[in-house]
Design a protein around this ligand. Structure first.
Ligand code: NAD
Length: 495
């Protein structure tokens, strides 16, 4: 059985405690991960602080060379990373490869760091006086990441934090921690000096030690909303810069003029891909009008019934197991509550068993119709292969429904009407919006982030926003002796 250790200053380090890591397809324990806390975070901060001055003084061009090399390694070793992800998360190999490719996009953006760190310069702001901006790294920064993208979410953070000249401590999810260690090894191979990147495993004790440590200047968090809120409050109280991305309830509006086959296919991929364990998964379909709703359900029902569920090793499978037995049971309890509270269970995925994988954490695709805003399945994030259909009487009702939900990560509209699409993108109170695109995750050179309870803190991750998050602005106003003397000045004068 694998023992997944911390990686501090380039060396493996264990802890007295561990927690189990499962293969969700077989239900068997495949490893144990070290459970770190304050002593391990203290050691990682010491290593990252020691490495900071030299890394911050490394020219942006040289830091970019590490990014170029990391890009090459991600391409060369992507398959290996994807296999590790599937083994611990359960997602399909193609999906795991896609996650690595999305992370690679951020590395590609970070290759342009010399350009991204260019400041602005204003000559002659006053007689003989010039002014210029400079963006400087913060110091030691930390990332705390969720289970659902064990490579992509760390790669949302590490490339830009490092390219900006910071040193980094990653605290990955304890449920699928191996991808983080593999990424650490690739960064080292790419040329990152020891101590610039450290990985500390664990749960709440490690997170609390990060939030309280005075040597950590900033924290990027991605995970569920209750923990995001907690991380933001505790980290900010300790004087840190914090960005904390939380949960989601993403709606997809289907207008009466939409191509319904296209919309149904989009809902299948966005609702059930990666077993619905995506923060940008569509969990609510909102058909406008009863006729649209009936036609959409007629198209979705057979598709959900014939969804191919299986392990990542089955090339024909479309969806894998859930990450743990506890998470599977939680999702089942949401389906129970939907049925109890009056939703129509069109397809019931509970009780699915797979021959040869009897102990796996399986759940079939589930479709609930006539869900209403008062139901628990609508109010809360389920994070599983469960699609709820909320029928809207009109387009205005659909917009009102979405704008009233506390979560505001992503949303989409399917229509052929440019007017409706434009009105939707203008008025919808959500951070990432798709027009005939079900999962509108921004490319690496835009930034990712929701609104309302889907984010705490003011910056999105990766893209241009990350340059601001991972640096501090300094503005220099300079005058060199010119022989002109103006005497002491006691008041601001006109420049
Ligand atoms: P989670 O909140 O349980 O865990 C996230 C991180 O917080 C992990 O590293 C975990 O070890 C740590 N953690 C867990 N409980 C803690 C506690 N009590 N105190 C301190 N730290 C704690 O999330 P998860 O289940 O790993 O991931 C799924 C969630 O992440 C979903 O809600 C999903 O929507 C969200 N997510 C959001 C985005 C986004 O960009 N908004 C992206 C991916 C996932």
């Amino acid at each position: 059985m694998d023992l997944i250790a911390h990686l501090i200053a380039g060396k493996s380090q264990t802890s007295a405690g561990t927690s189990p890591v499962f293969n969700p397809a077989t239900g068997e324990q495949r490893g144990a991960v070290a459970a770190g806390g304050k002593p391990e975070i203290d050691a990682a901060v010491t290593a990252a602080q020691a490495a900071f001055p030299a890394w911050a003084a490394t020219t942006p061009s040289r830091r970019a060379k590490v990014m170029y090399e990391m890009r090459r390694l991600l391409i060369a070793r992507g398959d290996e990373i994807a296999k590790v992800i599937s083994a611990e998360h359960g997602k399909m190999h193609a999906d795991a490869l896609g996650e690595v490719a999305r992370g690679q996009e951020v590395v590609e953006f970070a290759c342009g760091i010399p350009h991204l760190l260019k400041g602005s310069f204003s000559p002659s702001v006053s007689t003989g006086m010039d002014s210029y901006d400079q963006r400087q790294p913060l110091g030691v920064v930390a990332g705390i990441t969720p289970f659902n993208f064990p490579a992509m979410v760390p790669l949302w953070m590490m490339p830009m934090a490092l390219a900006c000249g910071n040193t980094f401590i990653l605290k990955p999810s304890e449920r699928d921690p191996s991808a983080a260690n593999l990424l650490h090894d690739l960064w080292r191979e790419a040329g990152l000096p020891d101590g610039v990147l450290n990985v500390v495993h664990g749960g709440k004790a490690a997170v609390d030690a990060i939030l309280d440590h005075p040597g950590i200047a900033a924290v990027s968090f991605v995970g569920s909303t209750p923990i995001a809120k907690y991380v933001y409050a505790r980290g900010s109280a300790a004087g840190k810069r914090v960005q904390a991305l939380g949960g989601a309830k993403n709606h997809l509006v289907v207008m009466p003029d939409a191509d319904l086959d296209q919309a149904a296919d989009a809902l299948m991929g966005a609702g059930y891909g990666s077993a619905g364990e995506r923060c940008m998964a569509v969990s609510v379909a909102v058909p406008v009008g009863e006729k649209t709703a009936d036609a959409l359900i007629a198209k979705l029902k057979p598709r959900v019934q014939s969804l191919k569920v299986g392990p990542a090793s089955d090339a024909g499978a479309e969806m894998g197991p859930l990450v743990t037995a506890a998470h599977r049971d939680k999702v089942v309890s949401y389906i129970d509550s939907g049925a109890r509270e009056g939703a129509e269970l069109v397809v019931d995925g509970r009780g699915l068993k797979l021959q040869g994988y009897e102990k796996g954490f399986w759940l079939g695709g589930t479709l609930l119709d006539r869900v209403t805003p008062e139901m628990t399945v609508y109010k809360e994030e389920i994070f599983g292969p469960v699609l709820s259909v909320v029928r809207a009487e009109s387009y205005e009702n659909a917009v009102g429904l979405i704008n009233s939900h506390p979560f505001a990560n992503g949303t989409a509209i399917f229509t052929r009407d440019g007017d409706a699409a434009r009105d939707f993108t203008d008025r919808i109170q959500v951070g990432m919006v798709g027009v005939n695109v079900p999962i509108p995750v921004p490319v690496g050179y835009h930034s990712f982030g929701g609104w309302k309870s889907s984010i705490f803190g003011s910056h999105g991750v990766y893209g241009p926003e990350s340059v601001h998050f991972y640096t501090r602005l300094k503005t220099v106003t300079a005058r060199w002796p010119t022989g002109l003397r103006s005497g002491a000045q006691f008041h601001f004068s006109e420049r």
